[in-house]
Design a binder for this molecule. Structure first.
Ligand SMILES: O=C1O[C@H](COP(=O)(O)O)[C@@H](O)[C@H](O)[C@H]1O
Length: 260
């Protein structure tokens, strides 16, 4: 378990730009050392804000987009192309603007796909895709992701792991179906905490005053069932990327000033 590191930026725009620059560098370094990079995307306002900032970044095309594997941490279980799906929003923010290899982009199943209303079967299908992509060097049933990004919800949810619901309690499976999510839509697919913890680095994105209480709860030693963000950590690094508004309830001793 890697102890959380915090970086706090002046505002959400600067946080998104700085996080995008950080992601570009991480991807380029991985591609240089291993020939490819593997990143897990997150949805929501902060996740999409980062992707939009990346699309506009001057160094954007330092990334070899054809050698980037993209996965999702969660998905709203809606028809393909639905505007509320995380992958729909990610494509609009960035993915449709860069020359990705479609074979290396792995959206989660849609509700109008082969599994229909059976979200558990859809989740198992994604788990099978992860297993297929996990080589012997990965020591497990998911690839070793270079960076796994998570937006932090105002209730401390990450991916589609909501406080007290069954999905956050899962300890064996890597991907599960979610029913009754308190944030619409109610039916979702999500990586579980064991899958999240397989990543080299986990980056938690929290910007905006509505995230301040969630950040304070998650970083104050709360349990992962009550505060799923508290259970999200990487094998070698756990990085919280915040703006000043989201950090407002944190002890000042937790982080040095990252920008004036
Ligand atoms: O519903 C979701 O919420 C979280 C957080 O979204 P935000 O708008 O509060 O930043 C998001 O990370 C997740 O992917 C999404 O499905």
């Amino acid at each position: 378990m890697s102890t959380p590191q915090l970086v706090v930026h002046r505002d959400k725009e600067l946080m998104a730009q700085a996080a995008a620059a950080r992601l570009i560098t991480k991807i380029v370094d991985a591609q240089t050392s291993r020939g490819y990079a593997s990143v897990v995307l997150t949805g929501g306002r902060n996740g999409n804000g980062l992707l939009a900032a990346l699309a506009a970044a001057p160094a954007r095309d330092a990334v070899d987009w054809g050698r980037l594997d993209l996965w999702w941490g969660d998905e709203r279980y809606l028809p393909e192309g639905d505007p509320d799906r995380n992958d729909t929003q990610a494509r609009a923010a960035l993915l449709d603007s860069v020359p990705l290899d479609p074979a290396r982009v792995h959206p989660m199943p849609a509700s109008d796909g082969p599994f229909g209303a059976d979200v558990e079967a859809a989740a198992e299908s994604y788990a099978a895709d992860l297993r297929k992509a996990s080589g012997p060097e990965n020591h497990g049933s998911v690839p070793t992701f270079d960076v796994l990004m998570l937006g932090v919800g105002p209730d401390t949810h990450v991916a589609s792991l909501f406080p007290e619901l069954p999905a956050v309690r899962e300890t064996e499976r890597m991907v599960v179906g979610v029913h009754g999510a308190p944030k619409p839509p109610p039916t979702r697919i999500s990586l579980t905490l064991p899958a999240i913890r397989s990543a080299r680095e986990v980056w938690l994105l929290a910007a905006g005053e509505d995230k301040a209480q969630a950040a304070a709860i998650a970083l104050s030693g709360a349990g992962e069932i009550q505060a799923p963000a508290a259970g999200a950590y990487g094998r070698s690094r756990t990085l919280w990327l915040l703006d000043a508004a989201a950090a407002a309830q944190l002890p000042r001793s937790l982080y040095p000033p990252a920008s004036p």
